[in-house]
Design a protein around this ligand. Sequence first.
Ligand code: GDG
Length: 723
Amino acid sequence: MSKTIIVSNRLPIKITKENKDYEFKISEGGLATGLGSIYREGNNVWIGWCGMEIEEKDQELISNKLHDKNLSPVFLTEEEIHFYYEGFSNETLWPIFHYVSTYAQYDQQYWDHYKKVNEKFKTAVLAIAEPGDIIWIHDYQLLLLPQLIRDHLPNSSIGFFQHIPFPSFELFRLIPWRAELLNGMLGSDLIGFHTYDDVRHFTSSATRILPVQTAANVIHKGDRNITIDAFPMGIDAQKFNALTLSKDVIKRKEEFNHLVGDNKIILSIDRLDYSKGIVQRLMAFDEVLAEHPEYINKISLHMIVVPSRDSIPQYRDLRDDIDKLVGNINSRYRTAAWHPIHYFYRSFPIEDLSALYSRANICLVTPMRDGMNLVSKEFIASKTDETGVLILSEMAGASKELIDAIIVNPNNLGEMSRAIVQALEMSEDEQKSRMISLRDIVNKFDINHWVKIFMDQLEEVKAHEKSRMAKHVSNDLIRAFKNKLHKAKKRVFFLDYDGTLVNFKSNPLEASPDSELYQLIENLNKDKKNQIVIISGRKHETLGSWFGHLPLDLIAEHGAWQKKFGEDWIETPNLSDKWKITVRPMLESYSDRTPGSFIEEKRFSLAWHYRKVEKGLGELRANELISNMRYLTREKGLQLLPGNKVVEIKNSEINKGKAASNYIFGKDYDFILAMGDDHTDEDIFEHLPEEAITIKVGSSVSEAKYYLRDVEEVRNLLHEVIS
Ligand code: GDG
């Protein structure tokens, strides 16, 4: 039976060494809880680093002990931890992904170790994984791992989730190894982020940096499809609800109440990190006290900063800045019996956090950037009395869901200090109405829901890929086609041209037939039972000049023109092109505004090409053009065809499907094969009779029965058929 393998940089455990003996404590974090339902089952396993350097002689002992808990450790040397984890992960990727590019280090040694450690994780996965297993990889420390595994287990089901933001292309492009990182991630079947913005940013980076195509949220890479989607992560809401009712937490809350009395409590909890906006938060609090002396003695900020990454200089500097600012504010406003800020640079047991969350009047969560931010959700889950106010940065992924919080821009100190005042003054009724809807979201979209949604989608994506792969024209299928072909007396081959017989060129006229193609056609033509029909959107003059001399038939401009071998071109009767008078100026306005684009005029169609336009701009203009033209084309009975870097407008009476079915009408072909790559060819696949062999070139969804990967495979198939 197949199993599920979770892979993350850290295992969900804390190891401590006391008197030469190792102690293990399973982590209580949300991710560990959510994934607990998976990795603890049957043969499933969680692979990761155990968080400290383990001497070689102890490694086997640790592995054995963890094996019983379905955990499988990867051992890293101090040097690897330094360069891969502290270095590339936290000094290169972390700052870039959190939009602080000035902190990023581009160090070859960091990169070399990042690759090496990702390889080490690959070895650990391959030691356990078998074909058919599901592998779920987590976060930015392991961006190369999906493809490394895919290289060895090409059919495995691989999901990847990134817990931190994915930056815009302008930031991501700065990384010298950007293409390698993207290729690594695209080894997955499903890539998840917290928000739709991350999905957009990733897709835009992938299409600008790599030769890949996208359709909606699917990236086509080679012959694989990768789905990119948003899965906003939730917390273990039930646990946080329940904690507030536990005796221990109630007692801690009473003790805390005794200390703070009636003071309104503003709570702030983060790991030490420059992305969390701690300094700006303190400055906004300072502004509140400066402008509202009436709050002196009445409010206090309880700020927990959990030590983190303090071997990195920027984190040490940040800590110094916080220390200074807290000292400065406290010294200016404190009274004999009151401190404005209670600052703790350490971590607390979860029961203390729960007591604080449930007692706090306001939770101030103002990161400069945050993938999601779980503190905001934990605060809400702990507010079982439905009072309290959340102030949340619009730069946190959580702000996309928690829209009833007071949403602030963390760079706007005035806005933040006004938000604090608004929260302090908010009526209980308003607090409750906001908190009730916030709690609905946090309770419903919890960690278990997140795990389920991700795993379900991975399964669905994989099933879809499998059924698509089954349509690939294999050697067995080719043999079956040949059998059918040998028995047939009258055969017709409908062959699309661009993207099917030849590859695309940036100048369409440069994509003329090569000698190999002419040879292939000549060989196909040797058997008199074969009839070749080239069916294309190209101008009839162009097709005529390339193929007019050969014993084959031509259908040009999507069916507007037809030519039988040895005869002249015939135009489809009763068609009008008067509509061009209205449409041409509209297309011209797009060409004037879009450098690199041009209009191609055919007898019954106008095509706006944007192959040479700056990436992104072309797609933007094409979408704009399509939505502007939609009404007009319907009114005038025209058809709007978005193609590969082209938008074509043509008479709706003509299409390749009608042309192909007219062609075969009354001719008794007993072997029909059609191949095409874009969606104008879908009309052919739909119109041909059931027994026809229809083949889509490329991996996108199609009406065709089979698919081939590219032009090379099309030519191979034709060679095989001849032989
Ligand atoms: C990354 C992304 C994304 C904090 N202090 C204590 C303590 N905590 C716990 C909190 C919370 C967790 O740490 C912090 O989670 P965040 O989400 O706020 O931030 P990151 O650690 O940066 O996490 C982030 C997350 O991944 C998940 O995808 O949301 O955007 O940066 O759970 O409760 N826990 C205990 N004592 C403390 O003193 N026990």
